[in-house]
Write a protein of this length. Structure first.
Lengths: 267, 637, 229
């Protein structure tokens, strides 16, 4: 099949970008979208043009590297699928595809379809962990966890941190991502001691990073490749509400100072 | 080169304890005076960096991805072994040790394997404490399954995403240290050289992939946890970015490379569908617990699977290995798949595939039960192939998956360059010639959480460190080396893309140094690889510049190293005149077609030493002694 | 610093308000109060169908104790201010700051029309409330008004067709606002359950429709002559 692509091209964070049109011929329906771009890039390279930059690594839907908007939908038209696993079977001859990077203030563009998602790492650094120094734990089976809770925690923990939720949200909120980690740890006994601090710190970091607010409309869960449910957002809200009430600590000083660790992209 | 494996004395079960006692300690107050570099943020790298940070060392951690959470450990599906014996089915540390040595076809160091089995128990405790959501029984206890040829249920798992969950546990621990400032994280940064000063590793040269900036980082010790080199084959289950550049450049600075030809072929991957294919997708080996592998008895049978009656199907693994059946180790399963396909009985396009059939399990257990166990894998298969495995048998074919070879390390995980430690898949370590399923995660975490924190302390406490900085001649020399490679690659401006060379190299490696190898083919391959490498340096086309994000340039450097490593793999495969584990030399097989080891001549780890560009590498041998598990012909019949 | 600037040196209350979730909780809580008011207001107003005497007696009853009346008014006003203020700050964050460069193409695949138009239905309802107070409380809405004659004012007001139509549109907006608002408030307050939330969402819609029908019945009753002086 032959397709027309419109791809966002932008040299780096500070230069302006624009949509550029490309024709691709003889696309095999078994290819993934990324493989189609590989083929385009081989052609561009041989023509002496700059190949399209896009983030990718495992190409089996788990590393969370890949992802861009395909015709206005994060990761494209098939539900529960990352871009790397989306095959060209979902398109037909003559289709026009608009490929755009995730858009959010918190995700500055690095180049073309590649964005900087280090904000998500800093949200985890703010409290998305259990403090269990190496060597300290008790026997694994000493902690009993109801199967249902373990399963729910696993549902939330399945998040791959791709950022599609942010990209799809009209407010560029990272509520699904943050809610998933707060739920994962909050549902387990191991996560209880730090539950209050975790909610306060992670939610504060959301604001520092410049994400928008959740309006509970559900665009995020519709594009989530791991089908994480917005129930996790409600758990985050509940934890934040409870934490705001319970915490005896005075709010701390600007946490951004701690979490501005460099990604080589920021001055 | 003198290889000193530093195996502690004493009975095997006391060696690690003894080593830990004998190792020197760094005073808690002094730890902050030492700096450590960790390259890689997968299971070994993240767990190591986090643990070292917790101890109080100043750690710098590097990864080429945009976030440490993306390392390819995340893609491991099936599970992690531990000798917990929670199932009361006869497991023990000794049995895990025994299984691993035997499964590795007697080419691993016993003391390392025993330590791994000992530590496996603590790993599970550690991960549970971090909140890793392992599968559980209704009573709230941890669930186990049997995996990849083991006859006990010792595998812990988190659905089909065990690697992901373990990595996120380690990543979260790492992020906690990053937040305290104990670890400084450098994502989108690739290591391109090791700086060796006075014979000791004292730093690395990196390239910031976003800005192209070349940087020097100095430290008192350097750890490489950069994973395997399966991408030499172009098509593998590795992530596209997985590469051998860090270990290869360390090799060129004097670190010996151990058993480079030992690669593992995973039997259950989705077959190749076209020449645009960029990678192969693995389906967890756990599928073999309930799926039956078969091909038609007739050659060239083009009927659809449902039209082939029962008595015309050849369940060849069950037939040949009645006691292990479909659960034979990976190398055996892979080799047999290749054999039946070579006989012309392969299925699917190109005849490169065998059926993995769930019909009988669905009839026995119901679709619901099968869906609970493998639902996400079935969905993934259907997404990629557009076939419904509940109705049509899956088609699978082996693919390169893991490399047992890697930089040679002693019992302390130190390479032949003092101060350069190698962790996880990047070292040659514990799996011998074949790795058992669910053991990679175990080894990565063992090295990172529980070995390196002790052994690196010993190294730091035993040595004095002069202050060195980036103005040191060796540092400047390494920078010059890195920039000259980049300059050269960019200046060729040839007519072929990096990927086209890489594909061609990969095809050669697969044909001559893949599942079956022979002397003639390997000799031929070595010549061809050299030829292709020469062409590469004359005719590769790398667009763009060095001062910018340039994915083609990143790949070009990695592929340049793959050429050299591929050649070394063939040299190693050619010299080892025996078959063992994943290394199957067609000249050396039993009458039944099984791997035929030669323990008299080859019971050693081959540690290759770099002798300079275009010089034959020098072979060093670390003899392997088996005091506890006596080498036998592996039999899974 | 932005409209939702984070002052981490500030008090715990500021920390709560500065987090987007804190504002949303304020919106959910104030919205819940306003929702309850709307329900009560409808129940009171439906007495218009019982005739002038009954209705005017009800109107007088509301004003028996001025202190109570003003307490209720101030309470409601506070809720309105909080609801609007929080939503306005979030609007600035969401629409002006969080995504400085928009998409060339963007499809909505998971959200309802009602949920996406909260920022439209809200201000329309607010505009309506202002006019509604001008018309029936202050008597400056341009329709005949006489203090103490609530029934007569109402009938006279709704006999003006454009006003009735505006009223109906505003009530339709209120309905869509509640389609999303009611369940969203639960979600924001942290109540979500795979079994009960779908029921809650259906129930919220039914209540919203019932409120619309209830409120619409009054101008329609006037226009069709069922309610008359």
């Amino acid at each position: 099949m032959n397709l027309t692509l419109h791809i966002w091209r932008q040299k780096n964070a500070s230069s302006p970008g624009k949509m550029v049109r490309y024709e691709v011929k003889d696309v095999n329906p078994e290819m993934s979208v990324l493989e189609m771009l590989d083929v385009l890039n081989e052609e561009l390279t041989l023509k002496g043009e700059d190949p399209v930059t896009f983030e990718h690594d495992c190409r089996e839907g788990i590393c969370g590297c890949c992802g861009f908007m395909i015709n206005g939908v994060a990761h494209g038209p098939q539900a529960a699928t990352t871009t790397c696993q989306l095959t060209m079977r979902h398109f037909k001859d003559g289709d026009e595809l608009f490929l755009e990077p995730w858009r959010a203030k918190a995700f500055p563009i690095v180049k073309d379809l590649m964005v900087d998602r280090s904000a998500l790492d800093r949200i985890i650094a703010a409290g998305g962990y259990v403090s269990a120094p190496t060597g300290s734990p008790q026997d694994a089976n000493a902690i009993l966890i109801a199967k249902e809770n373990a399963d729910l925690a696993m549902d939330a923990a399945a998040c791959i941190g791709c950022g599609a939720c942010v990209a799809a949200c009209p407010n560029a909120a990272a509520a699904l991502f943050t809610g998933a980690k707060i739920s994962h740890l909050g549902l387990l006994p191991q996560g209880q001691p730090e539950r209050v601090e975790r909610a306060l710190n992670m939610v504060a970091q959301l604001t520092v990073e410049g994400f928008g607010s959740c309006t509970n409309i559900g665009e995020c869960e519709a594009v989530c490749p791991k089908q994480i449910h917005i129930e996790v957002i409600s758990r985050m809200n509940a934890d934040f509400r409870a934490a705001s009430r319970k915490s005896r600590k005075e709010p701390y000083q600007d946490p951004s100072e701690f979490r501005r660790w460099s990604f080589g992209l920021k001055s | 080169m003198q290889l000193d494996s530093k195996i502690p004395s004493g009975p095997i079960e006391q060696k690690w304890d003894r080593a830990r006692f004998e190792m020197k300690l760094v005073n808690p107050a002094n730890k902050r005076k030492y700096s450590i570099i960790m390259v890689g943020s997968g299971l070994a790298g993240a767990s190591g960096a986090a643990s070292l940070g917790e101890l109080g060392y100043n750690v710098k951690c590097f990864c080429f991805q945009d976030s440490p959470r993306r390392a390819h450990s995340i893609a491991a599906q099936g599970g992690i072994n531990a000798a917990k014996n929670y199932q009361n089915d006869g497991d023990s540390i000794y049995r895990l040790f025994y299984d691993t040595v035997k499964g590795g076809d007697f080419r691993a160091r016993e003391a390392n394997v025993y330590r791994l089995a000992q530590i496996s128990v603590s790993i599970i405790d550690q991960c549970v404490a971090q909140g890793v959501p392992f599968a559980r029984e209704y009573g709230g206890l941890l669930s186990n399954r049997s995996f990849g040829g083991a006859q006990v249920s010792r595998t812990f798992y988190a659905r089909g995403q065990t690697g992901q969950q373990l990595l996120l546990g380690a990543y979260q621990a790492l992020m906690r240290q990053v937040d305290t400032g104990q670890v400084k994280m450098y994502p989108r940064t690739e290591m391109l050289d090791v700086i060796v000063i006075d014979g000791r590793a004292r730093g690395i040269v990196t390239r910031n992939l976003a800005t192209g900036q070349i940087e020097v980082h100095m430290a008192d010790a350097v750890c490489l946890a950069t994973g395997g080199y399966g991408n030499v084959f172009f098509l593998s289950t590795n992530a596209k970015g997985s590469n051998a550049t860090a270990v290869w450049r360390a090799y060129k600075r004097g670190a010996a490379f151990g058993n480079p030809s030992f690669t593992q072929i995973h039997p259950t991957c989705i077959p190749v569908s076209g020449d645009y294919q960029s990678k192969l997708t693995l389906m967890s080996e756990s599928l073999r617990n309930d799926g039956r592998i078969w091909v038609p008895k007739k050659t060239g049978d083009s009927r659809t699977p449902d039209q082939i009656p029962e008595d015309e199907r050849d369940y060849y693994l069950e037939r040949k290995y009645p006691s292990f059946g479909n659960l034979v180790p990976r190398d055996v399963a892979s080799r047999n798949a290749k054999q039946v396909c070579d006989q012309g009985r392969g299925v699917g396009p190109g005849g490169l595939g065998v059926y993995l059939d769930f019909r009988d399990s669905i009839n026995r257990l119901g679709e619901q039960a099968i869906s609970e166990r493998y639902g996400n894998l079935f969905e993934m298969y259907e997404r990629i192939t557009d076939e419904n495995p509940y109705k049509v048998p899956m088609r699978i074919y082996p693919a390169i998956h893991y490399t047992m070879g890697g930089l040679w390390v002693d019992y302390q995980l130190q390479s032949t360059i003092p101060g350069l430690f190698v962790l996880g898949e990047a070292n040659f370590s514990d799996h011998g010639a074949n790795r058992l399923g669910a053991s990679a995660l175990m080894q990565g975490l063992s090295d990172g959480y529980f070995v390196i924190p002790y052994t690196i302390g010993n190294y730091l406490a035993s040595n004095k460190f002069d202050k060195v900085d980036e103005s040191h001649a060796e540092a400047r020399g390494a920078v010059e080396n890195v920039t000259s490679i980049t300059r050269r690659l960019l200046s060729i401006k040839g007519k072929r893309t990096v990927d086209s060379f890489h594909r061609e190299l990969g095809k050669m490696m697969w044909d001559f140094c893949g599942m079956g190898r022979n002397a003639k083919g390997l000799e031929q391959a070595i010549g061809k690889i050299r030829e292709l490498r020469e062409q590469y340096w004359q005719n590769v086309l790398v667009p763009g510049g060095a001062d910018d994000l340039n994915q083609s340039l990143e790949r070009a450097g990695r592929v340049a190293d793959f050429f050299e490593l591929g050649e070394l793999m063939c040299i190693d495969a050619l010299h080892r005149n025996e078959s063992c584990g994943g290394h199957f030399r067609e000249e050396y097989q039993t009458p039944e077609g099984e791997a035929l080891r030669n323990d008299n001549e080859f019971a050693y780890a081959a540690a290759w030493e770099y002798q300079g560009q275009n010089q034959a590498p020098k072979l060093n041998k670390e003899p392997l002694e088996f005091e506890y598990v006596h080498p036998t012909q592996r039999s899974y019949k | 610093m932005s409209a939702t600037a984070v002052g981490f040196g500030d008090s715990r209350a500021a920390r709560f308000w500065n987090a987007t979730i804190g504002k949303k909780i304020v919106m959910a809580a104030s919205g819940a109060v306003l929702f309850l008011f709307v329900v009560a207001h409808l129940l009171g107003n439906l007495q218009v169908f019982l005739g002038a005497e009954h209705f005017n007696a009800y109107a007088r009853l509301l004003r028996v104790e001025p202190a109570l009346l003003w307490a209720a008014r101030l309470g409601l006003l506070t809720m309105v201010v909080l609801h609007v203020w929080a939503s306005f700050q979030l609007l600035l964050l969401n629409k002006m700051e969080a995504r400085p460069v928009g998409y060339v193409k963007k499809k909505n695949i998971g959200s309802s029309y009602a949920s996406r138009t909260m920022y439209w239905s809200g201000p329309i309802i607010a505009a309506f409330v202002i006019y509604h107070l001008m018309q029936f409380t202050l008597g400056i809405g341009g329709t005949p008004f006489e203090e103490g004659k609530a029934y007569e004012n109402l009938v006279a007001g709704f006999q003006v067709i454009p006003i009735s139509i505006f009223y109906l549109i505003a009530m339709a907006m209120l309905m869509t606002h509640l389609f999303h608002g009611v369940w969203s408030a639960f979600q924001t307050l942290g109540v979500n359950h795979p079994r009960y939330t779908p029921m809650l969402r259906t129930l919220a819609k039914l209540i919203a429709i019932a409120l619309f029908l209830g409120f619409a019945s009054i101008p329609v009753g006037v226009m069709t002559g069922i309610v008359h002086t």
